[in-house]
Design a protein around this ligand. Structure first.
Ligand code: ATP
Ligand code: MG
Length: 262
């Protein structure tokens, strides 16, 4: 039996009284593209940070590529590729300098670095922009460069926290084409996104709400079981159910806009 790439068993993270993650169990298999979905503040980034070994869980168990999230955070950090929700590149370095910087962090030798740089620049569509300062790249280019930097050490697992936020549809498609190729190579991908078209492209998705996983499955399976038109409808149904409010209702409270007496 092959071991799952990510195993979380009732993982929790508390910040004082706030339970950012209350109880999340998860199993992600090799080569899967798994999408973690849920509203703002649901606990997606906190879960991801525990998986990456950046944040220590309060309780529960977690194994990533066979490493224990409590004891082996350095091994985990060295073996995965991670794009954090906030921009992960150095703005004052050029495209090339950023790639070299990440290659150095991961201890890749000069010969390999040289070989990989050109391949990454090409994959990211950045040929001719090698000397451009990263801060002058548009959002889509930056995210593709960040993905390139995250894979320079050939990680078996890629963790991407909202990698395409604010990126135009063409650049998002290009970014996802890269993810499909990486997945075909057997690389496991855990991604968070608020774009439901992207969620639809995942092998499986999990919906998180208020630190708990509500449901999980293939996009088609979930849509069917919620009798919904698409994942966006499932998302809205779940949030409405959990918060006991309807989206329409929030607008109905705005009486002054609708010209009604206050
Ligand atoms: N370091 C921290 N200290 C205190 N509270 C935190 C910390 N990090 C996160 N939180 C809180 O934990 C909860 C979950 O946050 P998290 O960033 O995991 O949500 P998210 O699902 O990634 O949301 P978004 O979609 O907006 O990125 C939020 O209430 C947040 O304010
Ligand atoms: Mg987040």
């Amino acid at each position: 039996m092959t071991e799952s790439v990510i195993v979380l068993d009732q993982i929790q993270k508390h910040y004082g009284d706030l339970k950012a993650v209350k109880d999340i169990s998860l199993k992600i298999e090799q080569g899967e593209i798994y999408g973690l979905l849920g509203p703002n503040g649901a606990g997606k980034s906190t879960t991801i940070k525990m998986i990456c070994g950046v944040v220590k869980p309060t309780a529960g168990k977690g194994y990533v590529l066979g490493y224990d999230v409590y004891k082996n955070s350095n091994e985990i950090k060295n073996s995965i590729g991670y794009m954090s929700q906030k921009f992960s590149l150095y703005e004052d370095l050029t495209v090339m300098e950023n790639i070299v910087f990440f290659a150095n962090i991961y201890g890749i030798n000069r010969l390999e670095t040289k070989e990989r740089i050109m391949q990454i620049v090409e994959m990211a569509g950045l040929v001719g922009r090698e000397k451009q300062l990263t801060k002058n790249l548009s959002g889509g280019w930056k995210q593709r460069l960040a993905l390139g930097c995250a894979i320079i050490h050939k990680p078996k697992l890629l963790i991407l926290d909202e990698p395409t936020a604010g990126v135009d549809p063409v650049s998002r498609r290009l970014f996802w084409e890269m993810l499909f190729e990486l997945s075909k190579q057997g690389i496991t991908i855990l991604v968070t996104t608020h774009y439901m078209d992207e969620a639809q492209s995942c092998d499986r998705v999990g919906f998180v709400f208020s630190g708990t996983k509500l449901t999980e499955g293939t996009p088609e399976g979930i849509i069917e079981s919620y009798k919904a038109k698409n994942l966006e409808d499932v998302f809205i149904q779940l949030v409405e159910r959990e918060t006991n409010t309807s989206i329409r209702h929030s607008f109905e409270n705005l009486k002054f806009i609708r010209g009604e007496a206050q």
